[in-house]
Design a protein around this ligand. Structure first.
Ligand SMILES: [Zn+2]
Length: 82
């Protein structure tokens, strides 16, 4: 969940529009949702020990939105997939 507006960095409460700069943030929220979905697929693949798939979906998640969790997942998928 986005906690600040990516345009002006004002606090964001999740109403679809930034209260300060009035930017439409629904597209950003959709991208974040896709990143979360990819991360969930990657995590499920890790549990199945499918490191190739975990790496693929981890990278997709990271390209949509960089996060510590996706970076960590990519690291372990690479390390365990050898
Ligand atoms: Zn803003």
């Amino acid at each position: 969940m986005m906690d600040v507006c990516p345009i002006c960095k004002a606090a964001y409460a999740g109403q679809g529009t930034c209260h300060r700069c009035k930017s439409d943030l629904t597209r950003f929220e959709a991208i974040e949702g896709d990143a979360r979905e990819e991360l969930e697929i990657a995590a499920a693949a890790m549990k199945q020990k499918d490191y190739e798939s975990a790496l693929l979906h981890g990278k997709r998640s990271c390209s949509l939105k960089r996060s510590k969790l996706s970076e960590r997942l990519i690291f372990y998928a690479k390390a365990l997939g050898k």
